[in-house]
Design a protein around this ligand. Structure first.
Ligand code: ADP
Length: 486
């Protein structure tokens, strides 16, 4: 089969720059696609973190005259995974301290985000058309989330444009701005309409992406259905319904070498389904590190998450005092909403030795928590795919999840039947109420006390295959279909 050349465009990529699941996907999926004879190159903004870590590199193009944008250049490098990287170096837009999207001083988005990600989209479109200065020409351009949403708009007026697809990792983030940006970004003047980039009077990067893409994918089959409904369509359900034939849900995989309990560099002890003693050691080390009472018998509940309304952790925080009666311990690693952060800190102060909270982002600790905890909690109100429920299952830490999006697609509720047939892998609840969450955690803790059943459940979790292989094959099918080759 001839090689397919794909330009994969993303605003974050692990391990160079990460705020969430998009980075994990961008770090792993291109590498998996390359094993399927797909020549993927990744275009990513040259944030300081990327520039500092990218390794040997060479400038392969300069863009001095893109209307509306400051000068930029393209730097070629190769990731440790072997994936070629095209770094968009534009110091005026990307060389600054802070997060990729947010000004840490104000806590608000960078005010020039439309120009920053407009440039990312513009350069992706240039590379995907006759105007490309590179000798490598993609057959298809694959954007991700709103930051790449204008690729299709720019391509709509380019010559030699290749097909473009977009993957939705979270429909709630849309990149909606005032209409005057249409002019600043030098978009075609007639594109500001319902048949274009307009969404309820704003100009919307994501709406544009969904409107102009040849095909849309999202990160679980369940979420692909949910976003076409009123509850989780975030105002885009009408457009998505009209494109229902062009939407495919593909569940994410995980990086199984980074998340391998037998080799994980962050873990104080390694373990496997047949040698579980290392897991107990991890629990002890985690209890020690987090200042929890060291007790192998008490169920240790855990959260690693952005602390936002989406993740539903307000429900968990509310029931902590009741949960501690079971008894259980709780460890939380996360950051986000200021009120939720404070509520979590208050609980840690109120219940020393029982509740431990670290506000911040800590990759190593996230691995230690997944390995050392007994039960992982993920009560997301909505969850396009979610990654931590994969990590926790792989590390023998059955998750408690809300019945939504990718959580529903990747966790099998533990019942006498599913435990017997070997499919049970966690605890799933429907109905976002504190009572439902409480009852489900109680169900998990009850099972934890039954050593034989708990061992069986953990084993089921750890034997599941979450590698990227089958997901990458599903993306290849989409590429072939869009290119008319399937
Ligand atoms: P989302 O992308 O919505 O934040 P996902 O579950 O898809 O949620 O992915 C989140 C990723 O970010 C996971 O790899 C998770 O482990 C990681 N993560 C989230 N918060 C933290 C944190 N505070 N410290 C370390 N890793 C974190």
């Amino acid at each position: 089969m001839p090689v397919i050349k794909v330009l994969f465009v993303t605003s974050e990529i692990a391990p160079l720059i990460k705020t969430g699941g998009l980075a994990d996907v961008s770090g792993a999926l291109p590498a998996a696609l390359r094993t399927l004879n797909i020549d993927v190159r990744v275009l990513v903004p040259g944030y300081p973190q990327v520039m500092a870590q990218m390794g040997p590199s060479e400038v392969v193009a300069t863009f001095n005259e893109l209307p509306g944008f400051p000068p930029s250049r393209l730097i070629f490098s190769i990731m440790k995974t072997g994936v070629p990287l095209l770094v968009l170096d534009c110091p005026k837009l990307f060389s600054r301290d802070g997060g990729p999207y947010m000004d840490p001083e104000t806590g608000h988005d960078w005010t020039d985000n439309p120009i920053r990600f407009g440039l990312l989209s513009k350069v992706a479109a240039v590379l995907s058309s006759d105007a490309s200065p590179l000798s490598w020409h993609p057959d298809l351009v694959h954007g991700n989330d709103w930051q790449t949403g204008l690729i299709g708009v720019y391509l709509s007026v380019a010559t030699g444009a290749v097909p473009n697809i977009i993957t939705i990792h979270n429909l709630a983030f849309q990149g909606n701005f005032r209409p005057k940006k249409v002019k600043l970004l030098h978009l075609p003047p007639d594109c500001f309409s319902i048949n274009g980039v307009e969404l309820y009077g704003k100009m919307s990067f994501l709406k544009a992406g969904l409107y102009y893409a040849w095909h849309i994918t999202t990160v679980s089959a369940n979420y692909a259905c949910e976003i076409q409904g009123d509850e989780l369509g975030f105002g885009l359900q009408g457009l998505l319904q009209s494109r229902t034939k062009d939407i495919t849900g593909i569940l994410n995989g995980i990086d199984t070498s980074d998340w391998n309990s037998e080799t994980d560099k962050y873990l104080p002890a390694h373990f496997s389904p047949t040698r579980m003693s290392g897991k107990a050691h991890n629990k002890q080390a985690l209890q020690q590190r987090m200042g929890l009472q060291v007790d192998p018998a008490i169920p240790l509940l855990a959260v690693v998450s952005r602390l936002t309304h989406q993740k539903g952790l307000d429900l968990l925080l509310e029931i902590v005092p009741r949960l501690l009666d079971f008894p259980v311990q709780l460890v939380i690693l996360g950051s986000g909403d200021a009120v939720m952060q404070q509520d979590a800190r208050d609980l840690a102060q109120l219940y020393p030795g029982k509740v431990a909270v670290l506000i911040g982002f800590d990759e190593g600790l996230s691995h230690q928590i997944e390995a050392g905890a007994d039960i992982f909690i993920m009560p997301s109100r909505f969850e396009p795919c979610g990654l931590n429920q994969f990590y926790s299952q792989r590390y023998g830490t059955p998750p408690v999840v809300h019945n939504t999006g990718g959580l529903a697609d990747s966790v099998v509720d533990c019942t006498p039947e599913t435990l017997k047939d070997g499919t049970a892998s966690g605890f799933v609840f429907s109905g976002m109420t504190t009572d439902n969450l409480y009852a489900t955690i109680q169900r998990a803790v009850d099972l934890y006390r039954d050593e034989r059943k708990w061992k069986a459940l953990r084993k089921n979790c750890m034997k599941k295959d979450f590698s990227w292989e089958s997901s990458a094959r599903a993306y290849r099918e989409v590429y072939l279909k869009v290119l008319g080759r399937s």
